[in-house]
Design a protein around this ligand. Sequence first.
Ligand code: ADP
Ligand code: MG
Length: 721
Amino acid sequence: MSNRARIDAVQKAASRSIRTFPRPMDAQGRPVRVSVMFGSRTFNAERMRERLSPDVYARWAETMEHGRKLDRPVADAIAHAVKEWALEEGVSHFCHWFHPMTGSTAEKHDAFLWFDRDGRPIEKFTGSMLLQSEPDASSFPSGGMRSTFEARGYTAWDPTSPMFIMDSPNGRTLCIPSAFLGYHGQALDEKAPLLRSMDALSASATRLLAALGEPAHHRITVTVGPEQEYFLIDRAYAGLRADLVIAGRSLQGARAPKGQMLEDHYFGSIPVRVQAFMEEVELELYQLGVSAKTRHNEVAPCQFELAPIFCEANLAADHNQLVMQTLRRVALRHDFLLLLHEKPFAFVNGSGKHINWSMSDTRGDNLLDPGKDPQQNLRFLTFLAATLLGVYRHAAILRASIASHGNDFRLGANEAPPAIISVFLGDFLTRICDGIAAGDVSTLDPGKAMIELGISRLPSIAKDNTDRNRTSPFAFTGNKFEFRAVGSSASISFPTTCLNAAVADAIDQIGAWISAAGGGPAAVLAAVRRALQESAPVRFDGNGYGAEWVIEAERRGLPHARNTPAALAALATANAAALFERHGILSHEELHSRFEVRVEQYNKKVEIEADVLREMVDTLVLPVGLAELAEAQAQVDLGPAAVRRFRELQARIEALDTARQALDAAAGKVGEGNEAERAASYCANVVPALLTLRETCDGIEAMVTDSRWPLPRYREMLFLS
Ligand code: ADP
Ligand code: MG
C-alpha cells in the first residue's frame, strides 16, 4: 500500500500546461467579435428569415407569437431549410434533444442518410422528422405513468427554442429542442410543464393587467436568468476518487489547513488555467446563442460562477442545460473534472443556482420594475403583492421544487438559504408594504394614497435599497426576484414551473378580489392590501442563518421541511394537485409521477453513496489503517509517544469499524416498503450513518503516514496551482 498514485496525481496537476485553442478569425486575421459569432451554430430567427420564403417565415412567426401548432407544409419548408443549412455546416446527424425527468438531457441521433427510389444514398429530413420522434420511453423514469399507459412516448419540437449544432471532435449533430410526451399527451419531461406554466402565468397576468386598465397585452413573458456555480478540480484526482466520479461529491476527506477562512477567493483574480477554460466555454456558448455574460470566482476555493443575460424561461432552461453540458465537455479538454454537485466538499461552501425571475409585458417592459408614474407603480405593487401571496400560499411546493439529496447538505447550513421559504424585500419596500397593509386604503383616493405612501417615489430608491442579503432564499433585487435556494446541479425547469404556478394562482386570487369589489383603482389597492396582509408572515429581512429565525418562522406558521423526503411530501397533497390542475400545468397523475421520480432518485442517490463509501472503507481506508496500526504496534518500544500513537490509532480504527457496521445496520433497516417510506428511513438512518463513517475515515486520514495515504487530500484537490 503506497501513496504513489496520489503523489503522481499531485505532480501531474501541478505541471499542467495551459490549453490554448484556435479562436475564430475574420478575413483580416482579427478575432471574430462576439456579436458576430453569437448564435452562429443556431437556426435562429435571423437565419430563418434568410432561408425561408417570406410566406413561410410569416407563418412561422405568427405561430410563435400566438403559440399555435405548426402546420405540415410550414414544417416541411423549415425542415428543408434547416437541412440545407446543416449540410453546409458539415452536419451529418440530427437528434431530438429533450429533458426527461432525470433532470439532465437526453438525445437519440439519426443520420440524415437515406436512399432514393433508385437506391442511391441521399440526405433526407422532412417536416414529420422535425416535428416528432419516438425514442424508447421505457428507459426513462415515468414515475408510474408507464403502468397505466403504453410504454411508448414521443418527442415533439419546441419551435420557440432554436435548433442548434452540437460539435464533437469528429463530427457535428443538429439538435432539435423538444418536449417529451406519452402517447396520451402526458408530460414525461421537464419542459412540457414549464411551457404550460408560462402559458398559465401569461393568461392570468394578461387578465389582471386588463383589470388594471391595460387591456392591450396579449402575452406576458416569464423572464429568467440563472446564475450557475460550479467547482473545478484537476482531472488527475478523478481516477483515484470513486466518490467524486460516481457520487459527484467527496464522501471522505480530512479538513484542509486552509479552507475559505481567509476569504481570498471570492471575486479574486481568476487562476490563468481556469480563465483559459472559461474563455473556451464562452466561445462555445456564444456560438450556441447562449449569452454568457459574467464570470467570477466564488466563495470556496476552486469554485466559480457563470451567469447569462436573462431570457424567456423555457429558453433559459434549455440554455442552462447547455451551460452545464458545455462546462463538463470543455473541462475535460482542460484536464479538469467539473463538479456541479451542491456540496462536493465538506467544510467549504456548496454551490447553488440562483434563478432570477420576473415577467415582462407585450412591449417588453418588466412588470416588477417600479415605474415612473402612479399607474405604473400601482401595476408594480400589484404584481409584487401577487408574487408575495403566491410564495406565501405555496411555500411548501416551492420548497419541494428545490429538494434533492445534494441540496440537503447546503440548505440551512450557514452558507446557503435556510430550508424555510421567506421573501426579502429591503427596507424601503417593506415600509411601503407595511404602510399599505396597515392603512385603510379603501377610504383614500388611490392617487392620493400613492402619494401619501410615498409610492410615486419608488423607482430610484427601490433599486438602491435592495441590498445583498445572501441569507434569503427568495429576494427582491431591484426589478426581479432571485430564487436562491435552487441547487447547482438541478434543472431550473421544475422550480420555475412551481413558481409560475404559485404566482399565476395568486394573480387570479387578486383578480377575483378586484372584480368582487367592482373594479377600479380603489378596488385594486384594496386587493393589494389584502394580499400584503395575508402574506405578511413570509416577509423576512433578517438573518436567515440565525437559529432565532427557525423559531420565529415556526411561530409565524411557515413550513419548514428540513430534508428532501419531508419536503417532497408537499407534492403529494391535495393542495398541490389542485394548484397544478387548476392552471392546466400538471394533471394529478403527472404531478404524482414527479413526486415518485424525485423520491426514487433520492433513495438511489443515498444507496449509491452508501455503496461507494463502503467500498472505499473496505478496500482503502481500513487496510491502510490496519497496516499503519501494525507498524505503530511494532514501534511501541520507542517510548510513550509511540504508545500513545498506537492506542489512538487503535481507538480510531475501532470507531471506523463500529461506524462501518452501523451503516450496514442502517441500510438493513430500510426494508421493502414503498419508496416514500424508504426515503424517510434513508434520511433518518443511512444519511447520518454515512456522516459518522465519514468522520471516522477523516480521523484515520489525519493519522496515517503521508507516504501511505492513497486518496487525494482536500488540500491537494482544492487548491489549483
Ligand atoms: P447578482 O448581483 O445577483 O449577481 P446580476 O446583476 O449579476 O446580479 O444579475 C443576475 C442575473 O439576473 C443575470 O442573469 C441577469 O440577466 C438577471 N436578470 C436581470 N434582470 C432580470 C429580469 N428582469 N428577469 C430575469 N432575470 C433578470
Ligand atoms: Mg445573484
